[in-house]
Design a protein. Structure first.
Length: 279
């Protein structure tokens, strides 16, 4: 299979390194430069969009560029893909990375986790752009797109976008329930969406089963010798000075858990912290 990966951030770089069984074409230029002519030339089996603006403060301060990168660019790319698919015997699959941050939780109004069927409830501009892109992509053609919604991505890589790296730096951490998503389960889900004959498209919530808090993970990092023991902060206390305010979300997806069979969060986070420490 020929795979084009758009984006060289935390997710794009990790996928390029992990999906070695495929013919990978990392697309390091702007997503808008992946033209119809380039798509025809490479003739990929799938295109993975892991590009976009994610820093909440930057997105608030640069709304036009955030809108272009998070909404306009992926929708226009998918329009080029659907045009190609309309005349092709073998349609290109489009895997688009969205975000679990489209919901402002941690739970819905009934106290339950957010599922792919929950309507978006964005609290900040970044979240709004991701929710809008999801709806526009599904409106184009839901049959050839998989929308993947991770939450607080972490891995053993020493990068600034890794949630583990972030949690090491903050002196205080909130005690609000959250989901987290390992790169391990992202890679496993992407592999399934690339090779499965059916049941691969639509919306997926991607996470490691089990609920945690940034404070609890901070304590685990302290016990591993990677930081000092963090102070516990209530969400209302953090919101008083952190602008834009932090989004907290707990995810659930019945299809994801039955098909992908992800490992429990506690097992994955312990293994990943050990790997992070020795890296």
């Amino acid at each position: 299979m020929k795979i084009i990966i758009v984006g060289r951030g935390e997710v794009g770089s990790s996928l390029s390194d992990a999906l070695t069984e495929f013919d990978i074409h990392p697309w390091t230029m702007d997503i808008d430069d992946l033209t119809s002519a380039e798509i025809e030339r490479i003739h990929p089996d799938a295109i993975i969009n892991a590009a976009g603006k994610t820093d909440l403060k930057w997105c608030e301060e640069n709304p036009r560029e955030t809108f272009r990168c998070n909404i306009e660019a992926p929708v226009r790319l998918y329009q080029r893909i659907t045009t190609h698919n309309s005349s092709s015997v073998k349609p290109i699959r489009f895997l688009h990375f969205s975000s679990g941050c489209i919901w402002d939780g941690p739970y819905d109004a009934t106290g339950k986790p957010f599922t792919p069927l929950h309507p978006a409830r964005p609290a900040v501009f970044y979240s709004w752009t991701k929710a809008a892109a999801d709806q526009l992509l599904l409106a184009e053609d839901p049959t050839s797109v998989a929308i993947l919604r991770p939450r607080q991505i972490y891995s053993a890589r020493h990068t600034t976008r890794n949630t583990i790296s972030k949690l090491i730096t903050y002196p205080g951490l909130v005690t609000t329930p959250n989901s987290m998503t390992s790169m391990e389960v992202i890679i496993k889900t992407v592999r399934f969406c690339l090779v499965s004959k059916d049941n691969w498209n639509g919306v997926w919530n991607i996470y490691d089963p089990g609920v945690t808090t940034p404070f609890e993970v901070g304590k685990m990092l302290a016990e591993a010798g990677l930081r000092k023991m963090p102070a516990a902060i209530e969400k209302s206390e953090l919101d008083a000075f952190h602008k834009p305010r932090r989004v907290d979300t707990v995810l659930y997806d019945d299809r994801f858990e039955k098909v992908i069979r992800p490992e429990p969060f506690e097992q994955v986070i312990k293994r990943t912290i050990a790997q992070f420490k020795s890296a």
